[in-house]
Design a binder for this molecule. Sequence first.
Ligand code: ADP
Length: 257
Amino acid sequence: AVCGAAPIRAPDGSIGGAVLTLGDVTRLREVQEQREDLSRMISHDLRTPLGVILAQAKLIGRRAEATDAVRTRADAIATSAQRMTSMLNDLVESTLLEAGKLRLEREPVDLAAMARDLRGRLAAPYDGERIRIEEGPQLPKVSADPARLERVLVNLFTNALKYSEPGTEVLVRLGGQEAEVVLEVVDRGPGIEPADLPHLFERYFRALGHRRYEGMGLGLYTARCLVEAHGGTIAVHSERGRGSTFRVRLPTADRLG
Ligand code: ADP
């Protein structure tokens, strides 16, 4: 329980009693458990049908007799299903992280290879072609859970693409030293209001001007939780009108032995 005790002293300094304050954590624990249940429900009961929608939409789009109109619509269904899956993943991962129930399965990971692979797999409305990857020499591997690290990259890449003009470049810069690998995602978008910067990595935060884009405000929060769980840090630098840079630092595999 959360509690504090204050001694009540007699005039001679001896302790005659104590005031105990007991916080009611039962309710808090209940809410946390409900969130975990909801999260579990979401992962099992919603992701499965979404997967079916995605697979079926892809099949319909690929059928030889599908007209262009059918193909376009099937693609739109697939894209939406994919985005919903991604948002659900963020919801589940962040809830599990908060509850301390996410176990990372670490291995040495080649971040540059992961970034290249992901760029190739980004589907509409995200145009992976806009991403340019710049790699420093002899990049060490990071010690990471590959699936979780990929979520971090997905969230940063798709944000950079989503919040900047179509056709503008997104630069992914990778550099490394002995102890850490630094990943930067640089966009030439509108930048972020200075007043918003301190809140960017908070749960459900979305900048006012950006409500028209699809999103829950969980992407950067999940990214921060995941990066920190890996012993790394994430930060943002932004100039209004010039763009934003998100910088992730991760410990290398060597450092952790
Ligand atoms: P979402 O994109 O779902 O709204 P995120 O947690 O990924 O949530 O981002 C939180 C908010 O930070 C966004 O709503 C947007 O206002 C702002 N943001 C994130 N990435 C960028 C970026 N590259 N450029 C400008 N603003 C951004």
